[in-house]
Write a protein that binds this ligand. Structure first.
Ligand SMILES: Nc1ncnc2c1ncn2[C@@H]1O[C@H](COP(=O)(O)OP(=O)(O)OP(=O)(O)O)[C@@H](O)[C@H]1O
Ligand SMILES: Nc1nc2c(c(=O)[nH]1)N=C(CO)CN2
Length: 163
């Protein structure tokens, strides 16, 4: 059975625009993963310690793999594209977050779904609302478009030259 998954992509080191594009291409190359929809890319003000602006976006995948297996794939792509783990919420060449997996709620030591911080993050909700405004977050029971209404979006700016 196919599952619908939302992921978030982010980068603020190196050639960020290229890196996030390549991440989507690599994902398409995996058995059991298809990229169904993608948002525009956005320039976003960093949340956390002072660091360069990010490029952020979201994609909807159709998958036949398990949540854990998908997480492993995301971590593998982060590694392939040069991510070195630094400080928490610090700069990175690529960050791939698993945001939503159907209407699943999962809490394991290595994987939490929905992503626990997605509801507070304009850099997630703005691109996600572009491609999945009606998707209901199973924790808050609110649609993504509704969650977006409650947060400050001023740090998120659509990039018009790409995508
Ligand atoms: N929904 C999820 N998506 C991605 N990683 C997750 C998720 N839930 C738990 N993790 C775990 O979080 C670990 C560390 O993630 P990471 O270093 O990307 O955190 P971060 O990007 O600094 O912070 P944040 O999670 O706030 O975006 C991953 O190795 C993974 O095991
Ligand atoms: N704007 C923005 N800020 C961040 C981001 C991100 O992707 N975009 N990721 C972080 C670590 O998860 C910390 N801060």
């Amino acid at each position: 059975m196919d599952s619908n998954v939302a992921i978030g992509l982010g980068s603020n080191l190196g050639l960020s625009g290229q890196t996030v594009e390549t991440a989507l291409e690599l994902l398409e190359g995996y058995e059991g993963i298809r990229v169904k929809k993608r948002s525009h890319w956005y320039r976003t003000i960093p949340v956390g310690p002072p660091q360069p602006d990010y490029i952020n976006g979201c994609a909807i995948l159709e998958v036949t793999v398990s949540p854990q297996s998908l997480l492993e794939t995301l971590l593998e792509i982060e590694k392939t594209l040069g991510r070195v783990r630094g400080e928490r919420w610090g700069p990175r060449t690529l960050d791939l977050d698993l945001l939503l997996f159907d209407d699943l709620i999962l809490n394991t030591p290595t994987l939490e779904i929905p992503h626990p911080r997605m509801r507070d993050r304009a850099f997630v909700l703005v691109p996600l609302a572009e491609i999945a405004p009606e998707w209901i977050d199973p924790i808050s029971k609110k649609a993504i478009a509704q969650l977006l209404e409650t947060i400050d979006q001023s740090g998120v700016q659509k990039l018009t030259l790409t995508n």
